[in-house]
Design a protein around this ligand. Structure first.
Ligand code: 5GP
Ligand code: ZN
Length: 113
C-alpha cells in the first residue's frame, strides 16, 4: 500500500534491521526500542488494524504467533510480552497491523501503575 511505512519496509524501500522473513511474515527490530529486546512481527499483507482481520486472515495471524514463538526460541528470550495497539485510542501509530515483542529490562505491568 502506498504511503505505508511497513509496506515500504516489506518492499525494501525503507531499510530495517530484519530478523526474519518468509512469504507471508516479516520481523524486524523497532527503531525506538522500549525494552532490551524490542522487535515487531508483521504480515506482509497490508491489514490496517486488529479489527480489520477477516476470517481468511486467521491462518496468517496464527503464523505471526508461531513466528513470535520461533524467534523467542532462537533469540533465547527468557520471557517476553506481546502487544498489539489497536486504533488511535489504543496507541496505534502505524496503521499496518503489527505485534510488538518486548523482553528484558524492567517491563512495567499494565494495570499495575
Ligand atoms: P504502534 O504505536 O503503531 O503500535 O507502534 C509503531 C512502532 O513502529 C513504534 O514502536 C515505532 O518505534 C516503530 N516504527 C515506526 N517507524 C519505524 C521504522 O521506520 N522502522 C522501524 N524499525 N520501526 C518503526
Ligand atoms: Zn502496509
Amino acid at each position: 500500500m502506498r504511503d505505508c511505512i511497513f509496506c515500504k519496509i516489506v518492499a525494501g524501500e525503507i531499510p530495517s534491521q530484519k530478523i526474519y522473513e518468509d512469504d507471508d511474515v516479516m520481523a524486524f527490530y523497532d527503531i525506538h526500542p522500549k525494552a532490551d529486546v524490542h522487535f515487531l512481527v508483521i504480515p506482509k499483507k497490508h491489514i490496517p488494524t486488529y479489527m480489520d482481520v477477516e476470517e481468511q486472515d486467521l491462518p496468517l495471524m496464527g503464523k505471526i504467533h508461531s513466528t513470535v514463538q520461533k524467534l523467542a526460541r532462537e533469540l533465547e528470550l527468557k520471557g517476553f510480552r506481546v502487544i498489539n495497539n489497536c486504533g488511535k485510542e489504543g496507541g496505534q501509530e502505524v496503521f499496518h497491523i503489527h505485534f510488538h515483542v518486548l523482553s528484558g529490562g524492567k517491563l512495567g505491568t499494565p494495570g499495575q501503575g
